[in-house]
Design a binder for this molecule. Structure first.
Ligand code: F6R
Length: 620
């Protein structure tokens, strides 16, 4: 949430910062702003609304200078107004700050600062940081520190940071140190791009693509000082460290729209390829199993595992639910799927041989990171199923599996879900083959998995049919999603997609649970989407569907090609190819993603930038 960029070098900063903010806009789009340093001092341009609004403002009131910071906001404290937009100014303009995170003790600090004369203009927690740094700067100078020495500024930041409770990724400029760009991190990600005579700062690597492929990730409690001449890194407790430069693999094409109208649609259509990427190089056909390079656990350790906890948020949590069914079925290991936001404050009794997996597209979700750290603290092996290479969770976990899905830009997660499910299927196979699963059973799973990219390609052929069905239902205000077993998490995921991008109230249920309460919602205006492919649960779900039909509820069915029986029963049928039960989520999810997409479009919603949301939830 919130995106930060920074630049110091020899080129005009404004366009570089703007382009960086455009690429980070998925992290928040309530407002955007920049602060640019030149000989005349620091100029600030900021505005509520999208980065395009800021671009307009900068076109009217340009800023010269080759050093600056920028911010795109997802509002936490204070509404989305011009005045609450970042950057924020401290003191009498000595300090300028952009911030991603939440300062939990901001109100105490604000009271203290106000009591000694600091005047606040915004309702944000960030302004506290700006004034606090300014206050310590003034104090250091009063105590006799050299006002021209940059160490005085760095000490002021350090003193201020020690007073903050909460999380921050900060970009800081000082009016009187016009060559310095300083950044600090605790809990909110920051990465430095190393160029030739120039440095870039960003919340993730996407703004660096095309500028440099050499990056340095900041760790918690680290502060970096950037000038056009070089960088120096310091940890609060352990002191200076030499930057370890890593190579970025992303290319600028990865974030192009490639002719699609929206990122979400592009990413839905990428799924045959991204599922294939998640499997590439991970089969050991001779042994009828899967392999992973980065689990960092021995076969003996994996055999000893007697319980698995999958922890995640949102869509990744839904993928975890599919994982639970898969791992319990294939490997007979008990699995629990925990909301990370709950797990981080719970203290469940976990046995010595419990293995914890954090599932996360971004690798930056604050709750998932906190849950992972809590489990690490208690000595459990923690692993990550993650998409973003080099993200905080990927780096902090003891081992893990990357999705290799490429950047997911649309705020509504689509391809990450199917990649997560694919990786969890491979994991279940791996664990199963270390235990009781036979060679032929392993081989059958591999054969089925290998066919999935083609199956998903066929599932995508429902696009036109889904578009027409969406036209028919665009005026609804409620929608129920029903599925059983492997398709129960799909029902939850379908409902989440509809809610988040079309703002229609939607609920997912295990189909048989409906008669324990939700069936009261059924009437002729509330459609139910039944996920009812051929398989073990087919007849059971059909009975649940009949129960809704008997109450005159409109029915949309997601069914297997050629299922004539459903044509007679349902108002609308969307066909997907028939696959084994355990792989059904990979095909049944597709029409639900497309349905949400078209409903949102028809209702005039911003598909890629839904209201109130951000792609990466880096606050608690
Ligand atoms: C929904 C969505 C969110 C994320 C959730 C976790 O479409 O995108 O529910 O799944 O915020 O994010 P990650 O997977 O990045 O940890």
């Amino acid at each position: 949430m919130c995106g930060i960029v920074g630049y110091v070098g020899h080129r005009p900063a404004a366009e570089i910062l703007l382009e960086g903010l455009r690429r980070l806009e998925y992290r928040g789009y309530d407002s955007a702003g920049v602060a640019i340093q030149d000989v005349q001092g620091i100029s600030i341009r900021k505005k509520a609304g999208r980065v395009s609004e800021l671009a307009g403002l900068l076109a009217e009131q340009p800023c010269a200078g080759s050093l600056g910071i920028g911010h795109t906001r997802w509002a936490t404290h204070g509404p989305a107004t011009d005045v609450n937009s970042h950057p924020h100014v401290g003191g009498n303009g000595e300090v300028v700050v952009v911030h991603n995170g939440v300062i939990e003790n901001y109100s105490t600090l604000r009271d203290q600062l106000q009591a000694i004369g600091y005047v606040f203009h915004s309702a944000t927690d960030t302004e506290v940081v700006a004034h606090l740094v300014a206050h310590h700067l003034e104090e250091q100078i009063r105590l006799g520190k050299d006002p021209q020495d940059q160490q005085t500024a760095l000490d002021a930041i350090e003193l201020a940071l020690r007073k903050l409770k909460g999380t921050y990724g900060l970009g800081i400029l000082f009016r009187d140190f016009p060559d310095l760009l300083i950044a600090a991190r605790l809990g909110s990600p920051l990465v430095v791009g190393v160029g030739k005579g120039e440095y870039f700062l960003a919340s993730d690597a996407s703004p660096l693509v095309g500028h440099t492929d050499e990056v340095v990730y900041l760790s918690d409690h680290e502060m970096v000082v950037l000038t056009a001449q070089g960088m120096s890194l310091k940890h609060r407790e352990t002191g200076a460290r030499a930057p370890s430069i890593q190579t970025l693999e992303q290319t600028s094409q990865d974030t192009d729209l490639n002719g699609f109208e929206h990122y979400m649609l592009k990413e839905i259509f990428e799924q045959p390829q991204t599922i294939e990427n998640a499997m590439r190089g991970r089969f050991e056909e001779e042994e009828a199993t899967s392999r992973f390079g980065g689990l960092n656990l021995t076969v003996q350790q994996l055999r000893r595992v007697d319980r698995i906890v999958l922890t995640a948020c949102g869509t990744s949590w839904h993928a975890g639910l599919v994982g639970e069914y898969l791992i319990e079925e294939f490997a007979r290991i008990p699995v629990e799927v925990e909301y990370a936001s709950e797990l981080r404050y719970r203290n469940p009794p976990l046995s010595e041989n419990t293995m914890v997996f954090a599932i996360t597209q971004s690798g930056e979700t604050a709750d998932t990171l906190a849950a992972l750290r809590e489990c690490q603290r208690k000595g459990h092996p923690t692993l990550a199923i993650c998409n973003v290479v080099g993200s905080t969770i990927a780096r902090e976990a003891d081992g893990g599996i990357y999705l290799h899905a490429g950047p997911e830009v649309g705020v509504a997660s689509t391809k990450a879900f199917t990649s997560q499910v694919t990786v969890l299927t491979l994991l279940a196979l791996h664990l199963g083959r270390l235990r009781h699963m036979s060679h032929p059973a392993g081989k059958r799973i591999i054969n089925n998995l290998q066919a999935m990219p083609e199956m998903v390609r066929q599932a995508l052929k429902c696009h036109d049919a889904v578009k027409d069905i969406a036209k028919k239902y665009q005026g609804i205000s409620d929608c129920l999603y029903m599925g059983r077993q492997f398709n129960f998490p799909v029902a939850l995921e379908g409902a989440l997609k509809l809610k988040e991008i079309s703002y229609i109230h939607a609920e997912g249920y295990p189909a048989a649970e409906m008669k324990h309460g939700p069936i009261a919602l059924i009437d002729e205006h509330t459609p139910s989407i039944f996920i009812v492919p051929k398989g073990a649960m087919y007849h059971k779900v059909m009975s649940n569907l009949e129960e809704v039909k008997a109450r005159r509820g409109p029915i949309i069915a997601v069914a297997c090609e050629g299922d004539k029986k459903l044509e007679a029963l349902a108002d609308d049928v969307i066909y997907v190819p028939e696959v084994e039960d355990f792989l059904q989520p990979l095909v049944t999810t597709i029409p639900l993603q497309l349905f949400a997409y078209h409903m949102a479009l028809l209702r005039g919603c911003n598909v890629d930038r839904p209201r109130n949301l951000a792609k990466s939830v880096t606050v608690e």
